[in-house]
Ligand binder design. Structure first.
Ligand code: CTP
Length: 220
């Protein structure tokens, strides 16, 4: 019997940091907790969306009704997002993807030398931009970027949104990292602006999913 195609909005959400290994026991990463992305995935599922959550290494439980794909590195995240986004209607890139990774992952432990040197150099190479890569050919699908800016971030965030071909950018400051509440401004490609000050992440997630659903409906 042919499978019935679901009419629910299919949303791909990314969350958490990525880990870029130096050797088998060391990596470069960041302090992202993944809370915002998990809240967005949970809220989307509560609102009846089909949700694929691509998660970096975090200590959080999978929200009810959400399909979770665990990844570690930026390149693994790119592969998982590419696959999930193929059949989806929207992508929310809440993950804090590491911009750089070590040029080489050593097979054995990186040992310090007993030759009196007190410095070491780690060569880094740029990671692929997950969002920009998949958004390039997004068609009518809705894409949301996150931007962490200090100072007058709105102009930079709008430029980032255009450069990465996103429909929305969620602008927040460093206080959002690892916190329960957050102050964000959701900027739309159409010039719209919605500021949410010191709100629980669940409330921010709700506002964002409502905007994404509305845009996806307009696009269909
Ligand atoms: N992003 C991504 N792949 C990367 C880097 C970032 O998909 N390799 C996504 C993030 O998930 C986020 C947005 O792009 O949605 C953030 O863009 P970025 O240019 O990294 O901005 P900031 O993190 O705000 O920092 P900066 O521009 O200062 O590097």
């Amino acid at each position: 019997m042919p499978q019935k195609r679901s009419t629910a909005l299919h949303v791909v959400v990314t969350a958490g940091p990525t880990r870029e290994y130096v050797d088998p026991v060391r990596y470069l990463s960041n302090v992202s907790s993944g809370k915002m992305g998990f809240e967005i995935a949970a809220e989307a599922a509560r609102r009846g969306c089909e949700v694929t959550l691509v998660a970096g290494p975090v200590r959080l439980e999978t929200p009810v009704g959400v399909e979770r794909v665990d990844v570690e590195s930026a390149r693994e995240m790119l592969a998982a997002v590419r696959k999930a986004f193929r059949g989806a209607d929207a992508l929310v890139m809440a993950a804090a993807v590491a911009d750089w990774r070590p040029a080489r992952r050593l097979a054995g432990k990186w040992r310090k030398k007993d030759d009196g040197t007190d410095t070491a150099v780690l060569e880094l190479v740029k990671n692929p931009d997950v969002l920009a890569t998949v958004a390039r050919n997004k068609g009518r699908r809705v894409v949301v970027a996150f931007a962490l800016e200090t100072g007058d971030g709105e102009r930079r965030a709008r430029r980032k949104m255009a450069r990465k071909n996103a429909d929305f950018v969620v602008l927040n400051d460093a206080s959002a990292l690892n916190a329960e509440r957050s102050s964000v401004t959701i900027l739309g490609r159409d010039g719209s602006r919605r500021a949410l000050s010191r709100k629980p992440k669940r409330e921010i997630a709700g506002a964002l999913i409502a905007l994404v659903a509305q845009r996806a409906q307009q696009a269909s």
